[in-house]
Design a protein around this ligand. Sequence first.
Ligand code: FPP
Length: 238
Amino acid sequence: MFGFFRRKKVETAPPAVSHIAFIMDGNGRWAKRRGLPREAGHRAGAKVFQRIVEYCLDIGIPTVTVYAFSTENWRRPEKEVDAIMELLERYIDDTFSKYADRDVEIVFVGRRDGLTPGLIEKMERLENESRGRKSRVNIALNYGGRDEIVRAVNRLYEEGKLPCDEASLSAALDCAGRPDPDLVVRTGGDLRTSNFLLWESAYAEYFFTGTLWPDLTERELDRILSDYARRHRRFGGL
Ligand code: FPP
C-alpha cells in the first residue's frame, strides 16, 4: 500500500521548475462570499501562502516568490493594510521558530520606506539570519516591478556603473542571485501581471486560474505544474 503511494508520488513529480512565482489574488472575494470582512480573506490567504510555499520547497522547487503587497496596495483602507502588515509580522515570528532548521533563506523584495521601523527590523533580522541558505523565498512587499527597475538603475548610476548591460541590471535588482521565474501563477481570475516581476518574467510561462487564492490546493498546483511540463519553451527561438 505504501509502495503504491510512493510510486504515485514519483509519477506526479513536477518538472524541473527552478523558480515559481505567485500572484495571490482573490482573498477579498473569498471573504465576501462567506460574509466575512476582507481581513478574514487575508488571514486565510496567509495560511495558504505558508502551506503552498512549504509544498513547493518539499517537492524540490528551490526558489519561490510571492506577491504579498504592491506599491499600489497602500490605496486600500487603513484597516486592511494594517491587517496585511500584522499578518506579515506574524509570519516572520512563525518563520523564526518553524524554519530554523529548514535550509531556506527569506528575502523581502520591494521598497522599505512606508513600512514601520518595527517591521523593517524584523524583516532584516530574518534576512540576516537566513542568508546563504539553499532554497529561497522572496516575499514581494511594498513591491512594484517598475519601481524595482528604477531603483536598480539609480543604484547603478550612484555606483558609476552606467551604461549597463542586461546582466548587470539583473544583478542590481532586488530579486538578484536566483534564476528568473519559470512559471508565474496568478489566482483569482484576472489576466494581468499587475506590475509583478516585470524584468524577471520576460520569458516566464504564465498560468491563470479562477481559483481564489485561499482555495488553492496542492492538488491544483500539481495540475498547474503538469500543464507547465507540457509547454514548449522556446525563449525566442524555434
Ligand atoms: C490580493 O487579493 C491579495 C493581497 C493584496 C494581499 C496578499 C496577502 C496575503 C496572502 C496575506 C499576507 C501574506 C503573507 C506573505 C503572510 P485581493 O485582496 O485583491 O482579493 P480580491 O481581488 O478578491 O479583492
